[in-house]
Design a protein around this ligand. Structure first.
Ligand code: NAD
Length: 428
């Protein structure tokens, strides 16, 4: 277990404990919600393209399913650990509850680096993951989805394996499928767009016009891409983004004071969201150290890469100008950094609210898959906006009325809903 991974779960539990005290939760409910209901850890043997057998470690954690089937993505990451997955599964429980969709929280992962795997090897990992769990996941128990370094193609391989094992068509088993193969229009945009629906509402509350703001974004993958696109459409300017450089094994920030050109940068970005730094220089971007995105003189910061990125060490370097931090990534802010952000009075839109657009659209995908009737993209995005806006308003109203930090307000609403469901079922 590495420290970073340990911190993610410790952090999730610390956040939970604080709100459990605030809600005066009884000891039984606390004990139930502090740890996952079920966890699976297993080996996936794969014959590699060179004929050698290699064993990959896989996980699935179901934190809570009192409000509905567990729901959550599957990550492929070389530093994946069961503790990261535990933390992420707990956050999924709160995320589904805060946007009030009838799902619980789960998460999965495989320790692997897709940068070094052929598509055939990745397919074997996907199929192996499903073979290990075919009786423990499914449309009415636990519904997986894509996450870091997994895609619609991975989901389709997993669905195919599940359907072969169970001998039928079960499109509601998994979400994030390709459009035309049970996927929902709007799913690709959903998380990033959802982040910006909440930013738009926060700006309204602060009486700031989007066109008077600039943002800096950490990461340049799926979430960052669509967040930037919608934010630019509502009038905002992005002057800095960052990404992981696979060759140098460090991250870099890319800044252009006049504003980045999204499509131009996407044209020099690999399929893992890594920006080519030589080409970026050629296009007039300053190439800066990885953490420079955090130090920009902007109104809005959007961490959209990984967990544990805004820490007690670097939070004091956040510019005085920053008014809003919208957490596109899961768990990007440590509790020490939270203290700094709260003291500074920065309007924080916590991860499990800001990035809930993905799971909300996944829920819509599952509904459409089960009906075998698919909505137009505008209908999906319209429904998404309604859900995200309602959730944002409920959280910000509570934060204002009770004079509490936005993260705590979101937790109070979510944990209360899950605790009530557990009580109603007689679990607590
Ligand atoms: P992705 O794999 O598409 O992109 C990740 C991006 O982060 C890439 O640009 C990569 O280069 C960059 N990155 C990685 N490490 C970095 C570092 N140390 N510094 C700077 N950049 C770094 O992933 P994604 O789907 O965009 O997910 C990003 C985050 O959002 C994750 O925390 C994920 O759990 C969360 N999230 C994703 C979704 C979704 O629907 N995709 C939904 C909810 C939450």
């Amino acid at each position: 277990m590495n420290d970073k991974a340990f911190n993610a779960f410790a952090m999730a539990q610390a956040q939970f404990d604080k709100v459990a005290d605030f809600l005066e939760l009884d000891a039984g409910t606390r004990e139930l919600l502090r740890d996952p209901l079920r966890e699976y850890q297993f080996s996936i043997p794969v014959r590699m393209d060179d004929g050698i057998m290699k064993v990959f470690r896989g996980f699935r954690v179901q934190h809570n399913d009192a409000r509905g089937p567990a729901k959550g993505g599957i990550r492929f990451h070389p530093q994946e650990t069961v503790d990261t997955v535990r933390a992420l599964s707990m956050w999924m429980t709160w995320k589904c509850a805060v946007v009030d969709i009838p799902l619980g929280g789960g998460k999965g992962g495989v320790i692997c680096d897709p940068h070094n795997l052929s598509m055939h090897e990745q397919e074997q990992i996907c199929r192996g993951w499903v073979r290990r769990l075919a009786r423990n996941v499914g449309p009415v128990t636990d519904v997986p989805a894509p996450d870091v370094m997994t895609s619609a193609q991975h989901m389709l391989w997993m669905l195919d394996e599940y359907e072969q094992i169970h001998g039928g068509k079960y499109p509601g088993f998994i979400t994030g499928k390709p459009v035309g193969m049970g996927g929902s229009l709007g799913r690709t945009e959903a998380t990033g767009f959802g982040v910006i629906y909440t930013v738009r509402e926060a700006l309204k509350e602060l009486e700031i016009r989007p066109q008077d703001t600039t943002a800096s974004v950490q990461g340049f993958g799926n979430v960052a891409h669509y967040a930037i696109r919608l934010y630019q459409q509502i009038g905002g300017k992005v002057n800095c983004v960052s990404s992981w450089d696979q060759q140098d094994q460090i991250s870099y920030s890319f800044r252009r004071e006049a504003g980045i050109d999204l499509d131009e940068l996407l044209g020099i970005t690999d399929r893992f969201g890594g920006i080519d730094k030589a080409k970026a220089k050629g296009l007039g971007y300053e190439v800066l150290p990885g953490e420079a995105w955090l130090e920009q003189d902007v109104e809005i910061l959007i961490p959209a890469a990984l967990e544990n990125q805004i820490t007690g060490d670097n939070a004091p370097r956040i510019s005085e100008k920053v008014k809003i931090i919208a957490e596109g990534a899961n768990g990007p802010t440590t509790p020490e950094a939270d203290k700094v952000i709260e003291e500074r009075g920065i309007f924080l839109i916590p991860d499990f609210l800001a990035n809930a657009g993905g799971v909300t659209c996944s829920y819509f995908e599952q509904v459409q898959s089960n009906m075998n009737y698919f909505w137009e993209k505008d209908e999906v995005l319209g429904k998404l906006d309604v859900k995200m806006t309602a959730a944002f308003i409920a959280v910000s109203d509570l934060a204002r009325k009770r004079k509490i930090y936005m993260r705590d307000a979101a937790y109070v609403i979510a944990i209360n809903r899950v605790a009530q469901a557990c009580k109603a079922r007689g679990w607590a």
